[in-house]
Design a protein around this ligand. Structure first.
Ligand code: NAI
Length: 465
Protein backbone atom coordinates (compact mmCIF):
# COMPACT_ATOMS: atom_id res chain seq x y z
CA UNK A 1 0.00 0.00 0.00
CA UNK A 2 1.31 3.48 -0.91
CA UNK A 3 1.96 5.74 2.07
CA UNK A 4 1.40 9.50 1.65
CA UNK A 5 2.09 12.29 4.13
CA UNK A 6 0.14 15.51 3.73
CA UNK A 7 1.64 18.49 5.56
CA UNK A 8 -1.09 21.01 6.41
CA UNK A 9 -4.80 20.51 7.07
CA UNK A 10 -6.32 23.44 5.13
CA UNK A 11 -8.67 23.11 2.14
CA UNK A 12 -5.69 21.97 0.03
CA UNK A 13 -4.31 19.43 2.48
CA UNK A 14 -7.42 17.82 3.94
CA UNK A 15 -9.03 17.43 0.50
CA UNK A 16 -5.81 15.87 -0.89
CA UNK A 17 -5.73 13.49 2.10
CA UNK A 18 -9.33 12.35 1.60
CA UNK A 19 -8.85 11.87 -2.17
CA UNK A 20 -5.65 9.85 -1.63
CA UNK A 21 -7.44 7.69 0.96
CA UNK A 22 -10.34 7.12 -1.47
CA UNK A 23 -7.77 5.84 -3.98
CA UNK A 24 -6.40 3.32 -1.47
CA UNK A 25 -3.35 5.04 0.06
CA UNK A 26 -2.35 4.95 3.73
CA UNK A 27 -2.57 8.67 4.46
CA UNK A 28 -1.04 10.68 7.30
CA UNK A 29 -1.89 14.35 7.79
CA UNK A 30 0.12 16.70 9.99
CA UNK A 31 -1.40 19.91 11.37
CA UNK A 32 -0.04 22.18 14.10
CA UNK A 33 -3.24 24.16 14.64
CA UNK A 34 -6.94 23.43 14.09
CA UNK A 35 -7.93 21.50 10.95
CA UNK A 36 -9.29 23.66 8.14
CA UNK A 37 -6.35 26.06 7.79
CA UNK A 38 -6.66 29.78 7.14
CA UNK A 39 -9.93 29.39 5.22
CA UNK A 40 -11.95 27.76 7.98
CA UNK A 41 -10.30 29.34 11.00
CA UNK A 42 -9.24 32.89 10.11
CA UNK A 43 -10.27 33.44 6.49
CA UNK A 44 -13.21 32.65 4.24
CA UNK A 45 -15.60 31.20 6.80
CA UNK A 46 -15.35 33.62 9.77
CA UNK A 47 -15.37 36.67 7.46
CA UNK A 48 -18.45 35.43 5.66
CA UNK A 49 -20.19 34.71 8.98
CA UNK A 50 -19.62 38.34 10.01
CA UNK A 51 -20.49 39.71 6.55
CA UNK A 52 -23.78 37.80 6.54
CA UNK A 53 -24.98 39.55 9.70
CA UNK A 54 -23.57 42.91 8.55
CA UNK A 55 -25.54 42.67 5.30
CA UNK A 56 -28.80 41.84 7.11
CA UNK A 57 -28.18 44.72 9.53
CA UNK A 58 -27.51 47.11 6.69
CA UNK A 59 -30.71 46.01 4.91
CA UNK A 60 -32.73 46.57 8.07
CA UNK A 61 -31.26 50.06 8.45
CA UNK A 62 -32.90 50.86 5.12
CA UNK A 63 -35.93 48.73 5.92
CA UNK A 64 -38.48 51.46 5.14
CA UNK A 65 -37.65 51.25 1.44
CA UNK A 66 -38.62 47.57 1.42
CA UNK A 67 -41.66 47.91 3.67
CA UNK A 68 -40.02 47.00 6.98
CA UNK A 69 -40.20 48.95 10.21
CA UNK A 70 -37.18 47.98 12.27
CA UNK A 71 -36.39 50.98 14.43
CA UNK A 72 -34.46 49.36 17.26
CA UNK A 73 -32.22 46.89 15.52
CA UNK A 74 -28.72 46.83 16.92
CA UNK A 75 -25.60 44.71 16.65
CA UNK A 76 -24.88 42.31 19.52
CA UNK A 77 -21.14 42.05 18.86
CA UNK A 78 -20.32 39.38 21.50
CA UNK A 79 -23.21 37.23 20.21
CA UNK A 80 -22.03 37.71 16.63
CA UNK A 81 -18.51 36.67 17.65
CA UNK A 82 -19.92 33.57 19.39
CA UNK A 83 -21.89 32.66 16.31
CA UNK A 84 -18.76 33.07 14.17
CA UNK A 85 -16.88 30.70 16.55
CA UNK A 86 -19.75 28.21 16.50
CA UNK A 87 -19.81 28.12 12.68
CA UNK A 88 -16.02 27.69 12.53
CA UNK A 89 -16.03 24.96 15.21
CA UNK A 90 -18.79 23.03 13.49
CA UNK A 91 -16.85 23.01 10.22
CA UNK A 92 -13.50 22.18 11.88
CA UNK A 93 -15.12 19.21 13.66
CA UNK A 94 -16.71 18.21 10.36
CA UNK A 95 -13.30 18.12 8.65
CA UNK A 96 -11.82 16.03 11.49
CA UNK A 97 -14.63 13.52 11.31
CA UNK A 98 -14.38 13.28 7.51
CA UNK A 99 -10.65 12.54 7.84
CA UNK A 100 -11.34 9.88 10.47
CA UNK A 101 -14.16 8.36 8.40
CA UNK A 102 -11.64 8.00 5.55
CA UNK A 103 -9.09 6.38 7.92
CA UNK A 104 -6.64 9.27 7.51
CA UNK A 105 -4.17 9.25 10.44
CA UNK A 106 -4.01 12.67 12.10
CA UNK A 107 -0.75 13.90 13.69
CA UNK A 108 -0.72 17.04 15.84
CA UNK A 109 2.51 19.04 15.67
CA UNK A 110 4.67 20.93 13.21
CA UNK A 111 6.42 19.10 10.40
CA UNK A 112 9.94 19.54 9.01
CA UNK A 113 11.26 17.60 6.01
CA UNK A 114 14.31 15.56 7.06
CA UNK A 115 14.96 13.95 3.70
CA UNK A 116 12.90 13.47 0.56
CA UNK A 117 10.92 10.61 2.12
CA UNK A 118 10.92 11.54 5.83
CA UNK A 119 8.99 14.07 7.89
CA UNK A 120 9.82 14.90 11.51
CA UNK A 121 6.82 15.91 13.59
CA UNK A 122 7.54 17.93 16.70
CA UNK A 123 4.90 18.23 19.38
CA UNK A 124 4.01 16.46 22.57
CA UNK A 125 5.31 13.17 21.14
CA UNK A 126 8.02 13.95 18.50
CA UNK A 127 8.28 11.30 15.79
CA UNK A 128 9.61 10.53 12.29
CA UNK A 129 7.40 9.12 9.51
CA UNK A 130 8.51 7.96 6.09
CA UNK A 131 6.35 7.87 2.99
CA UNK A 132 6.35 7.16 -0.74
CA UNK A 133 5.14 10.68 -1.44
CA UNK A 134 4.75 13.93 0.49
CA UNK A 135 2.23 16.66 -0.32
CA UNK A 136 3.08 20.10 1.06
CA UNK A 137 -0.02 22.18 1.75
CA UNK A 138 1.44 24.64 4.25
CA UNK A 139 -0.48 27.71 3.09
CA UNK A 140 0.37 31.38 3.41
CA UNK A 141 0.58 34.28 5.86
CA UNK A 142 -0.08 38.03 5.59
CA UNK A 143 2.65 40.14 3.97
CA UNK A 144 4.06 42.61 6.48
CA UNK A 145 5.33 45.93 5.19
CA UNK A 146 7.90 47.91 7.17
CA UNK A 147 6.83 51.39 8.40
CA UNK A 148 7.43 53.33 11.62
CA UNK A 149 4.73 52.26 14.08
CA UNK A 150 4.11 48.86 12.47
CA UNK A 151 4.29 47.18 15.89
CA UNK A 152 1.92 49.58 17.73
CA UNK A 153 -1.17 48.14 19.40
CA UNK A 154 -4.07 48.72 17.02
CA UNK A 155 -2.05 47.96 13.88
CA UNK A 156 -3.62 44.64 12.88
CA UNK A 157 -3.81 42.06 10.10
CA UNK A 158 -6.90 40.26 8.81
CA UNK A 159 -6.76 37.71 11.66
CA UNK A 160 -6.84 40.53 14.23
CA UNK A 161 -9.66 42.27 12.35
CA UNK A 162 -11.89 39.21 12.82
CA UNK A 163 -11.82 39.32 16.62
CA UNK A 164 -11.90 42.98 17.70
CA UNK A 165 -13.38 43.58 21.18
CA UNK A 166 -16.10 45.86 19.72
CA UNK A 167 -17.10 47.49 16.45
CA UNK A 168 -14.55 50.31 16.12
CA UNK A 169 -15.49 53.93 15.49
CA UNK A 170 -12.90 54.25 12.75
CA UNK A 171 -10.46 52.16 10.75
CA UNK A 172 -7.83 52.81 8.09
CA UNK A 173 -7.33 49.85 5.76
CA UNK A 174 -4.02 49.64 3.91
CA UNK A 175 -4.57 47.71 0.65
CA UNK A 176 -7.63 47.87 -1.57
CA UNK A 177 -7.50 44.20 -2.59
CA UNK A 178 -10.00 41.48 -1.75
CA UNK A 179 -9.37 41.51 2.00
CA UNK A 180 -9.36 45.32 2.10
CA UNK A 181 -12.74 45.73 0.41
CA UNK A 182 -14.41 42.86 2.29
CA UNK A 183 -13.43 44.41 5.65
CA UNK A 184 -14.37 47.89 4.37
CA UNK A 185 -17.81 46.50 3.54
CA UNK A 186 -18.10 44.70 6.89
CA UNK A 187 -17.12 47.53 9.21
CA UNK A 188 -18.78 50.35 7.24
CA UNK A 189 -22.05 48.35 7.31
CA UNK A 190 -21.72 48.16 11.10
CA UNK A 191 -21.27 51.93 11.43
CA UNK A 192 -17.47 52.29 11.46
CA UNK A 193 -15.84 55.13 9.48
CA UNK A 194 -13.54 53.35 7.03
CA UNK A 195 -10.77 54.75 4.81
CA UNK A 196 -9.14 52.46 2.24
CA UNK A 197 -5.59 53.36 1.16
CA UNK A 198 -4.45 51.73 -2.09
CA UNK A 199 -1.01 52.09 -3.67
CA UNK A 200 -2.18 51.59 -7.27
CA UNK A 201 -4.38 54.06 -9.19
CA UNK A 202 -7.48 51.88 -8.60
CA UNK A 203 -8.76 49.40 -6.01
CA UNK A 204 -9.18 45.70 -6.91
CA UNK A 205 -6.56 45.82 -9.68
CA UNK A 206 -7.27 42.21 -10.73
CA UNK A 207 -11.02 42.76 -11.25
CA UNK A 208 -12.75 44.03 -14.43
CA UNK A 209 -12.31 47.83 -14.28
CA UNK A 210 -16.01 48.70 -14.69
CA UNK A 211 -17.07 46.19 -12.03
CA UNK A 212 -14.40 47.35 -9.55
CA UNK A 213 -15.58 50.93 -10.17
CA UNK A 214 -19.22 50.00 -9.50
CA UNK A 215 -18.32 48.30 -6.21
CA UNK A 216 -16.21 51.28 -5.16
CA UNK A 217 -19.18 53.56 -5.90
CA UNK A 218 -21.50 51.42 -3.73
CA UNK A 219 -19.02 51.34 -0.84
CA UNK A 220 -18.49 55.11 -1.15
CA UNK A 221 -22.29 55.57 -0.87
CA UNK A 222 -22.08 53.76 2.47
CA UNK A 223 -19.44 56.21 3.66
CA UNK A 224 -16.18 54.42 2.79
CA UNK A 225 -13.45 56.88 1.73
CA UNK A 226 -10.90 55.78 -0.84
CA UNK A 227 -7.39 57.13 -1.29
CA UNK A 228 -5.74 55.66 -4.39
CA UNK A 229 -2.18 56.14 -5.60
CA UNK A 230 -1.53 56.56 -1.88
CA UNK A 231 1.20 55.21 0.40
CA UNK A 232 1.26 54.71 4.14
CA UNK A 233 4.44 56.25 5.55
CA UNK A 234 3.98 55.93 9.33
CA UNK A 235 1.55 55.26 12.17
CA UNK A 236 1.78 56.91 15.59
CA UNK A 237 -0.28 57.11 18.79
CA UNK A 238 -2.74 60.00 19.07
CA UNK A 239 -5.94 60.99 20.87
CA UNK A 240 -8.17 59.00 18.53
CA UNK A 241 -5.96 55.96 19.10
CA UNK A 242 -3.70 56.02 16.06
CA UNK A 243 -2.81 58.49 13.34
CA UNK A 244 -1.79 57.17 9.92
CA UNK A 245 0.37 59.39 7.70
CA UNK A 246 -0.46 58.84 4.04
CA UNK A 247 1.41 60.30 1.08
CA UNK A 248 -0.83 61.08 -1.88
CA UNK A 249 -0.14 63.50 -4.78
CA UNK A 250 3.15 64.47 -3.08
CA UNK A 251 1.25 65.67 -0.01
CA UNK A 252 1.02 64.07 3.42
CA UNK A 253 -2.46 63.53 4.82
CA UNK A 254 -3.01 62.45 8.43
CA UNK A 255 -5.97 60.24 9.31
CA UNK A 256 -6.94 59.37 12.88
CA UNK A 257 -8.37 55.90 13.49
CA UNK A 258 -8.85 53.34 16.22
CA UNK A 259 -7.29 50.62 14.07
CA UNK A 260 -4.98 50.38 11.06
CA UNK A 261 -5.60 47.14 9.20
CA UNK A 262 -2.75 46.07 6.89
CA UNK A 263 -4.04 43.89 4.01
CA UNK A 264 -1.43 44.13 1.25
CA UNK A 265 -1.36 40.50 0.15
CA UNK A 266 -0.25 37.11 1.45
CA UNK A 267 2.99 35.15 0.99
CA UNK A 268 3.75 31.39 1.08
CA UNK A 269 4.58 30.03 4.56
CA UNK A 270 7.54 27.96 3.37
CA UNK A 271 10.41 29.04 5.64
CA UNK A 272 12.05 26.69 8.16
CA UNK A 273 10.45 23.47 6.99
CA UNK A 274 13.58 22.01 5.43
CA UNK A 275 12.92 22.93 1.79
CA UNK A 276 16.19 24.83 1.13
CA UNK A 277 18.23 22.01 2.72
CA UNK A 278 16.67 19.47 0.32
CA UNK A 279 17.30 21.67 -2.74
CA UNK A 280 13.60 22.26 -3.48
CA UNK A 281 13.29 24.84 -6.26
CA UNK A 282 11.66 28.02 -4.97
CA UNK A 283 11.15 31.59 -6.15
CA UNK A 284 10.49 34.34 -3.57
CA UNK A 285 9.20 31.75 -1.11
CA UNK A 286 6.90 30.02 -3.65
CA UNK A 287 7.53 26.32 -4.23
CA UNK A 288 7.90 25.77 -7.98
CA UNK A 289 5.74 22.95 -9.37
CA UNK A 290 4.89 21.34 -12.71
CA UNK A 291 1.39 20.74 -14.11
CA UNK A 292 0.87 17.83 -11.69
CA UNK A 293 1.98 19.98 -8.72
CA UNK A 294 5.19 17.97 -8.42
CA UNK A 295 8.32 19.85 -7.28
CA UNK A 296 11.79 19.25 -8.72
CA UNK A 297 12.22 16.51 -6.05
CA UNK A 298 10.53 13.23 -7.15
CA UNK A 299 7.69 12.32 -4.80
CA UNK A 300 7.42 15.80 -3.28
CA UNK A 301 4.35 17.85 -4.26
CA UNK A 302 3.22 21.38 -3.31
CA UNK A 303 -0.39 22.54 -3.56
CA UNK A 304 -2.42 25.62 -2.66
CA UNK A 305 -1.11 28.98 -1.42
CA UNK A 306 2.44 27.62 -0.83
CA UNK A 307 3.08 27.31 -4.58
CA UNK A 308 1.79 30.86 -5.02
CA UNK A 309 -0.06 30.14 -8.28
CA UNK A 310 -3.47 31.36 -7.13
CA UNK A 311 -4.30 31.93 -3.48
CA UNK A 312 -7.88 30.68 -3.27
CA UNK A 313 -9.28 27.85 -1.15
CA UNK A 314 -11.14 26.14 -4.00
CA UNK A 315 -8.03 26.25 -6.19
CA UNK A 316 -6.05 24.59 -3.38
CA UNK A 317 -8.67 21.82 -3.09
CA UNK A 318 -8.62 21.20 -6.85
CA UNK A 319 -4.80 21.09 -6.82
CA UNK A 320 -4.91 18.68 -3.85
CA UNK A 321 -7.17 16.30 -5.77
CA UNK A 322 -4.94 16.54 -8.86
CA UNK A 323 -1.76 15.82 -6.82
CA UNK A 324 -3.34 12.86 -4.98
CA UNK A 325 -4.57 11.38 -8.27
CA UNK A 326 -1.17 11.82 -9.92
CA UNK A 327 0.60 10.09 -7.01
CA UNK A 328 -1.88 7.21 -7.22
CA UNK A 329 -1.25 6.77 -10.94
CA UNK A 330 -4.33 8.47 -12.34
CA UNK A 331 -4.48 11.17 -15.01
CA UNK A 332 -5.50 14.28 -13.11
CA UNK A 333 -7.86 16.93 -14.48
CA UNK A 334 -7.13 20.50 -13.39
CA UNK A 335 -8.48 23.40 -15.43
CA UNK A 336 -7.08 26.66 -14.06
CA UNK A 337 -9.22 28.69 -16.48
CA UNK A 338 -12.35 27.52 -14.63
CA UNK A 339 -11.29 28.86 -11.20
CA UNK A 340 -13.80 31.53 -10.17
CA UNK A 341 -12.84 34.52 -7.98
CA UNK A 342 -15.47 35.82 -5.60
CA UNK A 343 -15.70 38.88 -3.37
CA UNK A 344 -18.34 38.71 -0.66
CA UNK A 345 -19.24 42.37 -0.46
CA UNK A 346 -22.70 43.81 -0.90
CA UNK A 347 -23.24 43.68 -3.86
CA UNK A 348 -21.16 40.56 -4.46
CA UNK A 349 -18.53 40.34 -7.20
CA UNK A 350 -17.55 37.20 -9.12
CA UNK A 351 -15.53 36.44 -12.21
CA UNK A 352 -14.09 33.54 -14.16
CA UNK A 353 -11.80 33.39 -17.19
CA UNK A 354 -10.18 36.36 -18.88
CA UNK A 355 -11.07 39.99 -18.19
CA UNK A 356 -11.52 42.41 -21.09
CA UNK A 357 -8.19 44.03 -20.10
CA UNK A 358 -6.42 40.64 -20.36
CA UNK A 359 -8.04 39.85 -23.72
CA UNK A 360 -6.82 43.22 -25.04
CA UNK A 361 -3.32 42.66 -23.63
CA UNK A 362 -3.19 39.25 -25.37
CA UNK A 363 -4.31 40.95 -28.62
CA UNK A 364 -7.19 38.46 -29.00
CA UNK A 365 -10.13 39.21 -31.27
CA UNK A 366 -13.22 39.38 -29.09
CA UNK A 367 -16.78 40.55 -28.75
CA UNK A 368 -18.64 41.31 -25.54
CA UNK A 369 -22.08 41.85 -24.12
CA UNK A 370 -23.20 43.66 -20.97
CA UNK A 371 -26.48 43.52 -19.18
CA UNK A 372 -27.40 45.88 -16.37
CA UNK A 373 -29.29 44.29 -13.49
CA UNK A 374 -31.55 47.33 -13.67
CA UNK A 375 -33.33 45.27 -16.35
CA UNK A 376 -33.72 42.17 -14.17
CA UNK A 377 -36.83 41.86 -11.99
CA UNK A 378 -35.32 39.71 -9.22
CA UNK A 379 -32.36 42.07 -8.86
CA UNK A 380 -34.69 45.05 -8.60
CA UNK A 381 -36.48 43.21 -5.76
CA UNK A 382 -33.23 42.23 -4.02
CA UNK A 383 -31.10 45.38 -4.23
CA UNK A 384 -32.79 47.91 -6.46
CA UNK A 385 -31.18 46.47 -9.60
CA UNK A 386 -27.61 47.47 -8.83
CA UNK A 387 -25.22 45.31 -10.80
CA UNK A 388 -23.92 44.19 -14.11
CA UNK A 389 -23.06 41.03 -16.02
CA UNK A 390 -20.42 41.10 -18.71
CA UNK A 391 -19.58 38.25 -21.08
CA UNK A 392 -16.45 38.21 -23.23
CA UNK A 393 -16.32 35.78 -26.16
CA UNK A 394 -14.04 34.94 -29.07
CA UNK A 395 -14.99 37.03 -32.12
CA UNK A 396 -14.99 34.21 -34.69
CA UNK A 397 -16.49 31.21 -32.86
CA UNK A 398 -18.18 32.88 -29.91
CA UNK A 399 -16.47 30.69 -27.31
CA UNK A 400 -16.87 32.07 -23.79
CA UNK A 401 -13.55 33.57 -22.66
CA UNK A 402 -14.62 35.30 -19.46
CA UNK A 403 -17.68 36.20 -17.42
CA UNK A 404 -17.68 38.98 -14.82
CA UNK A 405 -20.51 39.88 -12.51
CA UNK A 406 -21.51 42.28 -9.77
CA UNK A 407 -24.88 42.00 -8.08
CA UNK A 408 -26.91 39.92 -5.65
CA UNK A 409 -26.10 36.16 -5.52
CA UNK A 410 -23.41 36.34 -8.20
CA UNK A 411 -20.91 34.28 -6.13
CA UNK A 412 -23.33 31.36 -6.60
CA UNK A 413 -24.19 32.24 -10.18
CA UNK A 414 -20.57 32.19 -11.36
CA UNK A 415 -20.68 28.35 -11.35
CA UNK A 416 -22.70 28.42 -14.59
CA UNK A 417 -20.02 30.53 -16.24
CA UNK A 418 -17.21 28.26 -14.98
CA UNK A 419 -19.03 25.24 -16.43
CA UNK A 420 -19.54 27.09 -19.73
CA UNK A 421 -15.78 27.69 -19.97
CA UNK A 422 -15.01 24.08 -18.94
CA UNK A 423 -17.33 22.77 -21.70
CA UNK A 424 -15.96 25.29 -24.21
CA UNK A 425 -19.51 26.55 -24.63
CA UNK A 426 -20.35 29.35 -27.03
CA UNK A 427 -22.54 32.43 -26.66
CA UNK A 428 -25.23 30.63 -28.71
CA UNK A 429 -25.27 27.77 -26.22
CA UNK A 430 -25.71 30.16 -23.28
CA UNK A 431 -28.51 31.89 -25.19
CA UNK A 432 -30.31 28.61 -25.89
CA UNK A 433 -30.05 27.48 -22.25
CA UNK A 434 -33.32 28.47 -20.60
CA UNK A 435 -32.90 30.35 -17.33
CA UNK A 436 -35.68 30.31 -14.72
CA UNK A 437 -37.84 33.37 -14.17
CA UNK A 438 -37.73 35.30 -11.92
CA UNK A 439 -34.05 34.82 -11.02
CA UNK A 440 -30.93 36.95 -11.09
CA UNK A 441 -29.41 34.21 -13.27
CA UNK A 442 -31.71 35.22 -16.16
CA UNK A 443 -29.31 38.12 -16.59
CA UNK A 444 -26.60 35.66 -17.72
CA UNK A 445 -28.81 34.69 -20.66
CA UNK A 446 -29.52 38.39 -21.34
CA UNK A 447 -25.78 39.24 -21.25
CA UNK A 448 -25.20 36.43 -23.78
CA UNK A 449 -28.00 37.88 -25.93
CA UNK A 450 -26.36 41.30 -25.57
CA UNK A 451 -23.15 39.91 -27.14
CA UNK A 452 -25.22 39.50 -30.32
CA UNK A 453 -27.12 42.81 -29.81
CA UNK A 454 -30.26 40.81 -29.01
CA UNK A 455 -30.98 41.58 -25.33
CA UNK A 456 -34.73 41.50 -24.75
CA UNK A 457 -35.02 43.47 -21.51
CA UNK A 458 -32.79 46.42 -22.44
CA UNK A 459 -33.25 48.95 -25.21
CA UNK A 460 -31.05 48.44 -28.30
CA UNK A 461 -27.68 50.23 -28.27
CA UNK A 462 -28.53 51.77 -31.64
CA UNK A 463 -32.13 52.91 -32.16
CA UNK A 464 -34.10 50.82 -34.66
CA UNK A 465 -35.46 52.50 -37.78
P1 NAI B 1 -4.59 41.29 -2.70
O1 NAI B 1 -3.41 40.90 -3.47
O2 NAI B 1 -5.96 40.94 -3.16
O3 NAI B 1 -4.61 42.89 -2.52
C1 NAI B 1 -3.58 43.62 -1.92
C2 NAI B 1 -3.73 45.07 -2.33
O4 NAI B 1 -2.83 45.86 -1.58
C3 NAI B 1 -3.43 45.30 -3.81
O5 NAI B 1 -4.46 46.06 -4.38
C4 NAI B 1 -2.10 46.07 -3.76
O6 NAI B 1 -1.95 46.96 -4.82
C5 NAI B 1 -2.22 46.80 -2.43
N1 NAI B 1 -0.95 47.18 -1.81
C6 NAI B 1 0.20 46.48 -1.79
N2 NAI B 1 1.15 47.14 -1.07
C7 NAI B 1 0.55 48.27 -0.62
C8 NAI B 1 0.97 49.37 0.19
N3 NAI B 1 2.21 49.42 0.68
N4 NAI B 1 0.09 50.35 0.46
C9 NAI B 1 -1.17 50.31 -0.04
N5 NAI B 1 -1.63 49.32 -0.82
C10 NAI B 1 -0.78 48.30 -1.09
O7 NAI B 1 -4.30 40.77 -1.22
P2 NAI B 1 -5.25 40.68 0.06
O8 NAI B 1 -6.46 41.53 -0.11
O9 NAI B 1 -4.36 40.93 1.22
O10 NAI B 1 -5.68 39.16 0.03
C11 NAI B 1 -4.68 38.14 0.16
C12 NAI B 1 -5.09 36.88 -0.57
O11 NAI B 1 -6.20 36.29 0.03
C13 NAI B 1 -5.42 37.15 -2.02
O12 NAI B 1 -4.79 36.17 -2.81
C14 NAI B 1 -6.91 37.00 -2.06
O13 NAI B 1 -7.36 36.52 -3.33
C15 NAI B 1 -7.18 36.00 -0.95
N6 NAI B 1 -8.51 36.25 -0.41
C16 NAI B 1 -9.58 35.78 -1.10
C17 NAI B 1 -10.84 36.06 -0.65
C18 NAI B 1 -12.01 35.59 -1.44
O14 NAI B 1 -11.85 34.72 -2.29
N7 NAI B 1 -13.20 36.14 -1.25
C19 NAI B 1 -11.09 36.81 0.57
C20 NAI B 1 -9.89 37.29 1.18
C21 NAI B 1 -8.66 36.98 0.70
Amino acid sequence: MKRIIVVGGGPGGYVAAIRAAQLGAEVHIVEVEAMGGTCLNVGCIPTKALLHTAELYSQLQHGKSIGLKADKVSIDWPALQSRKHAVVNKLVKGVESLLKANKVIIHRGSAVLKDIKTVEISGTEPKLITADAIILAVGSEPVQIPFPGADLTGVIDSTGALSLPKVPESMVIIGGGVIGVEFADLYSSLGCKVTVVELLPEVLPAVDVEIAGLLKQQLAKRGVSFMTGAKLTAVRHSVSGLTASITVDNKTVEIGAEYVLVAVGRKPRTAKIGLEELGVKMERGKVMVDKNFSTNIPGLYAIGDCNGQIMLAHAASAQGIAAAEHIMGHAAAYFANTIPSCIYTSPEVAGVGLTEEQVKQNEMEYKFGKFSLGGNGKSIIENGGIGLIKIIAGKKYGEILGVHMIGPRVTDMIAEAALAIRLEATVDELISTIHAHPTVSEAVGEAALAVEEMAIHWPPRVQRN
